[in-house]
Design a protein around this ligand. Structure first.
Ligand code: PAF
Length: 282
C-alpha cells in the first residue's frame, strides 16, 4: 500500500489507473480506524479494482466546543490496518492541500433539506463542514464509487444529496453499521468511554430496538420517543433526541406508517456524545 500526502501524486496515480480502465473506489475517513471502517474498505475492494482510503481530520465539521483537538490521530496504526485489508492507497492530505485558502476563507457547500433537523439542530455548521470536505475529497480522488457507513445516517443522506444535486458522476454506497458484541455501534468516539461506560452504552441499541418494536405494535410516535428518552435518562444518559422519522429525508412520519421509517438517537454519556440509528420496516 502506498501512503500519499500530495494531491498531485494522487492524481497521477489515479490517471494511470484510468488509462488502464480500472474502477476506483474510495472510503473517506477521519482515521482512527476500527472494524466498521475496515468493513467499508472490504466493500470498496469488492466494488473496485483499486481502493483509496483517505484519512483527514476535517477541522470545518467540528464546532468550537467539540473534540477537534483531542480527536485521536493514529496514522501509523491506520496504515497498518489498511494494508492488511489490501487497500491500494492511503491518502492523507495536509490541511493546506484540502483548504488552499485556509478554513475561514474556504468555499463552502451547504446541503439544504436534510441537514437542518436532528444533528444539524444540535451541531450548527457540522453538515456544511462535512459537505465541504467530502466534495473536496471526491474531487481530489475522483473515484467511481465512494462508501459511507449507515451509522452516520444523516451524513449519508447529506452526501447522497450533495452528489445528486451537484451532478457528480460517483456512486454512493451505504454500508451496514458494525456493532460490538453488546450492540454498541462502532465509533472512534467509543474510545473516550471508560470500560463501565462502554457496557452501559449498549443501552442505546436496546432503546432503538424498543422504539422499533413500539412502531411495529402501532404505539403513538410521541409516546415511543418520550419512553426512549426516559429509558436513556434512567440509564444515566443525557439525550439530545430520540426520534422516529422518514428514512428518505428525515421528515416527520405520517400517522399509521410502519414502512420506510428510521429511529435515531443522539445522547451523551459523561462527556462523550454518541449517535446511532435503526431502520424500521413493517
Ligand atoms: O464520517 C466521517 O468520518 C467524516 O464525517 C467524513 C465523511 C470522512 C468527512 O470528514
Amino acid at each position: 500500500m502506498k501512503l500519499v500526502h500530495s494531491p498531485v501524486e494522487l492524481r497521477a496515480l489515479v490517471a494511470e489507473w484510468r488509462r488502464d480502465r480500472l474502477k476506483v473506489s474510495m472510503v473517506p475517513t477521519m482515521g482512527n480506524l476500527h472494524a466498521g471502517h475496515y468493513s467499508l474498505v472490504r466493500g470498496a475492494r469488492e466494488r473496485g479494482d483499486r481502493v483509496v482510503a483517505s484519512v483527514f481530520v476535517n477541522p470545518t465539521q467540528f464546532g468550537p466546543h467539540e473534540d477537534f483537538a483531542r480527536y485521536p490521530r493514529t496514522l501509523d496504526a491506520d496504515a497498518r490496518g489498511l494494508a492488511a485489508q489490501d487497500c491500494d492507497v492511503l491518502f492523507a492530505p495536509a490541511v493546506e492541500a484540502v483548504y488552499p485558502f485556509g478554513t475561514e476563507a474556504a468555499t463552502r457547500v451547504e446541503v439544504v433539506g436534510v441537514t437542518e433537523t436532528l444533528e444539524g439542530a444540535f451541531r450548527p455548521g457540522h453538515f456544511a463542514g462535512v459537505a465541504t470536505v467530502v466534495l473536496r475529497l471526491l474531487n481530489l480522488v475522483q473515484p467511481d464509487v465512494a462508501l459511507f457507513g449507515r451509522k452516520d445516517y444523516q451524513q449519508l443522506l447529506t452526501i447522497r444529496r450533495l452528489v445528486t444535486d451537484l451532478c457528480l458522476p460517483i456512486e454512493i454506497v451505504a454500508a451496514p453499521t458494525v456493532r460490538e458484541a453488546n450492540g454498541l455501534a462502532m465509533s472512534s468516539r467509543n474510545q473516550y468511554l471508560s470500560a463501565d461506560e462502554r457496557d452501559r452504552a449498549a443501552q442505546i441499541y436496546r432503546t432503538l430496538q424498543h422504539m422499533r418494536d413500539g412502531v411495529l405494535r402501532g404505539d403513538a410516535l410521541e409516546a415511543i420517543e418520550a419512553a426512549a428518552v426516559a429509558e436513556l435518562d434512567a440509564a444515566g444518559f443525557h439525550t439530545d433526541y430520540a426520534a422516529i422519522r422518514q428514512a428518505t429525508d428525515l421528515s416527520a412520519s405520517t400517522p399509521g406508517q410502519c414502512d420506510g421509517l428510521i429511529a435515531l438517537i443522539a445522547t451523551r454519556l459523561g462527556s462523550t456524545r454518541l449517535i446511532d440509528n435503526l431502520a424500521i420496516d413493517g
